[in-house]
Design a protein around this ligand. Structure first.
Ligand SMILES: C[S@@+](CC[C@H](N)C(=O)[O-])C[C@H]1O[C@@H](n2cnc3c(N)ncnc32)[C@H](O)[C@@H]1O
Length: 286
């Protein structure tokens, strides 16, 4: 992580402690245990850092935090206890982690092989997820430079204006969805006189373009009658209501999913306005 940015996130003493511990962990010979310990370092370092996600990234250099070593010790004990529970049940099956965008699912998963999908995709809420995980990505050596962070950003669902690049073109896939176009125009009307430099109208089109491509990518991979469940919330941008769930349902139908519906999960209150925002489970059946 560039030194200047790192200083924003971590106090100099915390940086020293973390480096010391990371070096000690390098001596652990079992790679699985080493990785678990590094994972605990990253998580406890984040908790001891200046950062707070609420929901954007905010830094509070003067906020008192729990001691890094205490956090780390608790984390390791928690991981140990969790693993003990997992070991008691042998029916969890094998997990595979695919480190790529969901839009490339067809490269890794056989046609008609999926029984059920459950996911919590991004919402069009302008959250830039690499900001949320940047510290951990650097600490665990997933990225070494801002350029590598940019490569990850280019593959993400465009739920934030900061994830749109010149070459982004997912919006071309949702021209036929009039509701997406009309919401984008309404947001344009709300924002046209303000020079923020952030293109919210385009973000909405790009976001739904990516979600359309995602629903389309998984369709051939699901077994017949398998369900695709997405936990997703409606959103407002600059006062314009975005019925995210209804739009995903409309897209699902257009792709060929059947029995498309939503079930209320909870109602969210926003800090910025009085509109209540439902969070629902969108269910699409192949
Ligand atoms: C609403 S969050 C869900 C977080 C998840 N439930 C968890 O507990 O970690 C949406 C997640 O989608 C991920 N995401 C964004 N673009 C993606 C893409 N193209 N492919 C796969 N995942 C993506 C984000 O990084 C983020 O972790």
């Amino acid at each position: 992580m560039p030194k200047k940015e790192l200083n924003q996130w971590l106090s100099p003493s915390l940086q020293k402690e973390v480096n010391l511990l990371k070096n000690l962990i390098q001596e652990v010979s079992n790679p699985k245990i080493k990785n678990l310990l590094l994972f605990a370092v990253a998580k406890s370092c984040l908790e001891a850092s200046y950062v707070s996600f609420c929901p954007g990234t905010t830094f509070y250099p003067f906020k008192e935090k729990e001691e890094f070593w205490d956090l780390f010790t608790k984390k390791v004990i928690q991981i140990y206890q969790d693993l003990e529970k997992v070991h008691r049940h042998h029916h969890y099956g094998k997990s595979i982690l695919i480190n790529d965008t969901c839009l490339n699912a067809q490269k890794y998963i056989q046609p008609e092989s999926i029984d059920f999908i459950i996911t919590s995709p991004p919402y069009p809420n302008d959250l830039e997820y690499t900001r949320q995980t940047r510290l951990e990505m650097y600490l665990l050596d997933f990225v070494k430079s801002m350029n590598e962070v940019q490569q990850i950003k280019r593959k993400m669902v465009k739920s934030s204006t900061k994830l749109i690049f010149k070459e982004s073109q997912s919006e071309s896939f949702v021209q036929k969805f009039t509701e997406v176009q009309s919401i984008s125009e309404k947001i344009y009307e709300q924002t046209k006189d303000k020079n923020w430099g952030f293109d919210y109208p385009r973000m909405v089109r790009e976001y739904f373009g990516d979600m359309y491509l995602c629903l389309q990518a998984f369709f051939p991979l699901l077994k017949p009658q398998a369900n695709f469940l997405l936990v997703v919330g409606d959103q407002t941008i600059k006062g314009v209501y975005i019925p995210v769930c209804d739009i995903l349902i409309e897209m699902g139908k257009e792709i060929g999913y059947r029995n498309c519906r939503k079930e209320l999960f909870r109602i969210r209150r926003s800090t910025g306005h009085k509109i209540l925002l439902p969070e629902e489970m969108v269910v699409l059946e192949k």
